[in-house]
Each structure stands twice: as C-alpha cells, then as structure tokens.
Design a protein around this ligand. Sequence first.
Ligand code: ZN
Length: 118
Amino acid sequence: MSSSEQESLEPKDDLSTHLFECRVCSFVYDPKEGIKKYGISKGIAFSDLDKQKFRCPVCREGIEVFRDIGPASKASGFEENLDYGFGVNKLTPGQKNVLIFGGLAFALACFLSLYSLN
Ligand SMILES: [Zn+2]
C-alpha cells in the first residue's frame, strides 16, 4: 500500500508517463504496458517500481542503467516520422512490428553514418 499520490500540476512534467530505456540493451519500459512477466501491471510509473528488486527483463541489469527518454507522446511523434518513411500511415495493431522494424533501420542508419565517418 502506498500513501496517497500527488497529482502533477503540469502533465508535461508528469514523470509517471515517461519512458525509460535500458542503456545496456535498449529495452524500453513503458508505464502504459508494464511488464507482465514481473507482475508489473499497466499504469505503474517507472519511479514507482521497486528500485531494489527491479531488473531489466532483457539483460537483467539493475534500475541504475535506465535513463529517462521522456514522455511517450514525444516518442510517438518521432516514430510517426519513421512510419512515414516506411509508407505506413495508419495506426494499426501491428504497429509494434513497424516500430521494431523502424528501430532496427534507425540503428542501421546510425551504424552506417558512423562507418562513413571513419
Ligand atoms: Zn537491459
């Protein structure tokens, strides 16, 4: 049981909606999704997770390797641009696959640009 939570004044600064990315494996914790296999239900803010027990579900690193990558709405705007590049304009249930694909393409683009610098 937690004590009563305070409502944030500004939705923009509401950390409970922020996504957090694992710097080791790039796993992203989304408060809207939670992590089923850890029994973390939807709507649990990253800041409300048990900092002693939480581990990245992919690489098992502790909570300290996670960084705040901002609110989900900001990230989705970025993803929309990626979707546009792939010619996918509609939001579908299969969008996750597109996001994964877009992420891979983005990583590849980063790799290629680094490569060309050398
Ligand atoms: Zn990780």
